[in-house]
Structure formats: structure tokens, C-alpha cells
Design a protein around this ligand. Structure first.
Ligand SMILES: [Zn+2]
Length: 205
């Protein structure tokens, strides 16, 4: 069963999703659920009750694509394997993503795809929302331009620019100036991506 449609995510831009609605073809690593729930407990991945929109997501690279928490799962706790979807293909120019699973990938998947594409050594990405940290870190760590919104082809290209022009490969953290509260960390594994955030949270939050 395939479902090709468009929808607006986080209020920014339409993107194309080719959703293959079937049971995940691979197992979800326990570490992925562990780190997602840890971030949820710390309210870095969650749900804005007033506007009924989830925020934050987490992904890990596999041999078949990357597994990412699905759209509108921010309020789920504890997370279950069926709340993840496998992004098997994407096209930045066309702003399209193909995913396989019982839940859709959000347009934010495109930004994860760009980070993985920018450096093969990256195997895990965590995207959180944190107003305080976002303000503290903006322009003190690699920061995307304010006029570039999240989940767009422009953001993917901004990510590539940071990998060319900044020390993002060493710092492993990105502030998205054009995405309120939006921060990304990454690493060779989930531990590395997670610890980077925990260290900043301990310092500034
Ligand atoms: Zn976000």
C-alpha cells in the first residue's frame, strides 16, 4: 500500500511524501528507543499541547536507510517500535522523502538526510527544541541562517554549507536560527549525539 500526498508540517512548506504503509522491515534498536525516551523525559522531544504539534525527533542510520521517529509522536511515552519509520530514499531538490513503516516521516527528515549525506561517519542524529539553549548557543556554535526554515531544501543546502565552512564536524551541534528552539546534535552513534546535548543541558539549562 502506497500513499503519495502532501501536507504542511510545522506550518512551513509542502513537501512530498511517498509513504509505504507496512510493518517496519527492520528491528528498531533498543538504544534508539532509550535515547528518544530520555530526551522526552527531559522535555527536549515532546508535544506543544496548546497548538497540538509534536516537536523534536531522533534517527539512526541503518544498512537500509535511516530509522526516524514518525510525525506527531511527540506525546507518546514510552515510545514503541511502530512509532518509527524507515526513510529509504529522498530527493532534496524535489523536496521528497520515501518512507516505509506504519507512520509517516515528517518534513524534518530531509534535514536528517542532509546531515547523513554531509558526513558518512555520522550514524545518529537528535533534534530537540529548547528555547534557552537555542538562544545561548546561537552564533556560538555552527548556526544556519535565520531566513532558512526547517524541513526545506534550503535547509539541507544550509547544512552542506556548514560542513564546508565551519567546524561543525568537530562540534557536532547545529543551531537552526530559522527554526524556533531548534537544535541538532549528531555523532558516530546515539551515545555521542546524546552526550553532546546532555553536556550543554547541564551547562546552560
Ligand atoms: Zn523542530
Amino acid at each position: 500500500m502506497s500513499n503519495q500526498d502532501q501536507f504542511i508540517d510545522e506550518g512551513y512548506i509542502k513537501y512530498n511524501i511517498n509513504w509505504i504503509n507496512e510493518v517496519l522491515p527492520i528491528a528498531v534498536p533498543n538504544q534508539l528507543m532509550h535515547w528518544r525516551d530520555k530526551m522526552h523525559e527531559l522535555k527536549q522531544i515532546g508535544h506543544y499541547a496548546d497548538i497540538n504539534i509534536g516537536y523534536g525527533n531522533i534517527s539512526v542510520k541503518t544498512t537500509k536507510g535511516f530509522l526516524i521517529s514518525g510525525t506527531q509522536t511527540g506525546d507518546v511515552y514510552p515510545i514503541q517500535p511502530e512509532h518509527f519509520t524507515l526513510v529509504t530514499d529522498y530527493d532534496i531538490e524535489a523536496n521528497s522523502v520515501t518512507c516505509k513503516g506504519e507512520i509517516k516521516a515528517s518534513s524534518e527528515s530531509m534535514t536528517h538526510a542532509a546531515v547523513y549525506e554531509a558526513d558518512e561517519a555520522i550514524n545518529a542524529i537528535i533534534h530537540i527544541h529548547n528555547q534557552k539553549l537555542w538562544e545561548k548557543l546561537m552564533d556560538n556554535v555552527p548556526t544556519t541562517k535565520k531566513e532558512v526554515p526547517y524541513g526545506t531544501p534550503e535547509m539541507a543546502n544550509e547544512i552542506f554549507r556548514l560542513f564546508k565552512e565551519t567546524a561543525v564536524q568537530q562540534e557536532k551541534i547545529i543551531v537552526m536560527a530559522g527554526h524556533d528552539e531548534g537544535i541538532i546534535s549528531f555523532g558516530k552513534d546515539l551515545e555521542e549525539a546524546g552526550e553532546i546535548l546532555l553536556n550543554f543541558l547541564a551547562k546552560f539549562n
